[in-house]
Design a protein around this ligand. Structure first.
Ligand SMILES: [Zn+2]
Length: 90
């Protein structure tokens, strides 16, 4: 089975939680306004605006995001990779 990912440029956004800057997104499809996205550094959830910039989720959106199994899996994977690399010299 092959999984293809779409990678696209996006307006530069700053993660509301950790402050990392990002101007590229990837996923199974191009996102729509209101879709969730995870920060590759801190694994927090943001929400896409219509122009694909990202914003902090509302409390309701944050609750909705916790009910999506795929997001939980991806968040777990990001956290595991970060823990594995924590403390290792580059
Ligand atoms: Zn972040």
């Amino acid at each position: 089975m092959t999984h293809l990912a779409v990678e696209t440029d996006a307006p530069e956004s700053i993660c509301w939680n950790c402050g990392i800057r990002s101007d590229c997104i990837s996923g199974p499809d191009l996102p729509d306004e209101g879709d969730f996205v995870l920060c590759i550094r801190c694994a927090c959830v943001s929400v896409f605006n219509a122009d694909l910039s990202r914003r902090e989720p509302t409390v309701d959106e944050l609750c909705q995001s916790t009910m999506i199994p795929e997001l939980r899996l991806i968040r777990k994977a990001i956290n595991e990779v970060n823990e594995r690399h924590a403390g290792k010299p580059e």
